[in-house]
Design a protein around this ligand. Structure first.
Ligand SMILES: C[S@@+](CC[C@H](N)C(=O)[O-])C[C@H]1O[C@@H](n2cnc3c(N)ncnc32)[C@H](O)[C@@H]1O
Length: 321
């Protein structure tokens, strides 16, 4: 009779991490491994696969990463503009990168694809978004399994079926509290809603409930497995914080490149586009931010601030503007 072991035992036997075991299993590199319930089970007589990572990375140095959610204010087209401010070859090497309003991480993922910062810090005040980053970092296999299941259920449905499914998911999302036990489920529901809702908006009502209607995408990619895996690898050395941008202060020093992309100042009191977590980034917030920028600027960090008038203001790059 064939006997099986869990990822933990395989990791101990093969002297690699549990995460690596899960990756090898999901890449079909472990004969007979099966994903059952929420974990991999592996035949006890399975051989440790040859690790192809070094070969792969030597061949293609750049693994292109894309944001895993569509996010208001996440302007992919600004990347080229912003990259002008990143350290270039021959310049003083900055070893740290901080993005305290990370959102969908349009610049972060470009940076992680191409640059080798020694330490990276990201944060956001949106707990559901930060949970998704954490789950991708530490628990990508069950996340992919759940998203795949949602994708294969949702895509073949007709309009009415999709509508019913979407609003059921939205309801489940709103009625499932976020905690250690629900983190994978909540990350999956969050990504599903982002991929299928109107314009990828994240908007909540006064009770904090997500209230965006369904979008009209014909064939949305709900589970981009290879991108999620690549992001998971890239996030391994990234510090992910849920909370206010000022928490990044201890991380920031003269060797840090800081990109600040705060919410827009509301044009109208009720502007939905500034209502992240139902908190508008009003004038008092703008003043608080200005003080913070002065403080981190004094450390000698290189700071880039994106403003709502689409101007980029830089500190520490004296000649650029
Ligand atoms: C304009 S978006 C950032 C977009 C991002 N650059 C991207 O590529 O998607 C601003 C982000 O700031 C977050 N935020 C709002 N208030 C914050 C605060 N006090 N501290 C940290 N993050 C905050 C919002 O949740 C939102 O994700």
């Amino acid at each position: 009779m064939l006997s099986f072991m869990g990822a933990k035992e395989a990791a101990e036997r093969w002297n690699i991490s549990q995460r690596r075991v899960a990756i090898l299993c999901s890449e079909n590199r472990v004969a007979g491994a099966m994903f059952v319930g929420k974990q991999w089970i592996i035949p006890c007589n399975a051989e440790k696969p040859v690790d192809l990572r070094t070969v792969r990375y030597e061949k293609q140095h750049v693994v292109e990463l894309k944001p895993f959610v569509k996010w208001v204010g996440g302007k992919g087209q600004l990347i080229d503009e912003l990259e002008k401010f990143l350290p270039k070859e021959g310049e003083k090497v900055l070893s740290k990168y901080a993005e305290p309003f990370v959102g969908g991480g349009a610049l972060l993922f470009s940076v992680l694809s191409k640059y080798d910062f020694e330490q990276v810090y990201i944060s956001d005040i949106n707990a559901e978004l930060v949970n998704a980053y954490n789950v991708i970092k530490s628990n990508v296999d069950p996340l992919i399994a759940t998203l795949m299941e949602m994708q294969t259920t949702f895509l073949p449905m007709n309009d009415d079926g999709r509508k019913y499914y979407y609003y059921t998911v939205r309801d489940r999302f709103n009625h499932t509290p976020l905690n250690a036990e629900t983190s994978v489920e909540k990350a999956a529901l969050f990504i599903f809603l982002n991929k299928t809702c109107f314009n990828g908006l994240y908007r909540v009502n006064r009770k904090g409930q997500f209230n965006v209607p369904m979008g009209a995408y014909k064939n949305p990619t709900i589970c981009d497995e290879s991108n999620l895996r690549n992001i998971s690898d890239a996030l391994q050395n990234v510090t992910i914080v849920c909370g206010d941008y000022t928490l990044s202060k201890d991380f920031i020093d003269r060797d840090t490149f800081v990109y600040l992309d705060p919410p827009y100042r509301p044009i109208f009191e009720t502007s939905a586009f500034t209502s992240y977590n139902a908190d508008a980034f009003d004038d008092a917030e703008q003043i608080r931010l200005a003080k913070f920028i002065d403080e981190i600027n004094a450390t000698g960090a290189k700071v880039v601030l994106r403003q709502s008038n689409k101007e980029l203001k830089t500190y520490g790059f004296a000649n650029e503007f």
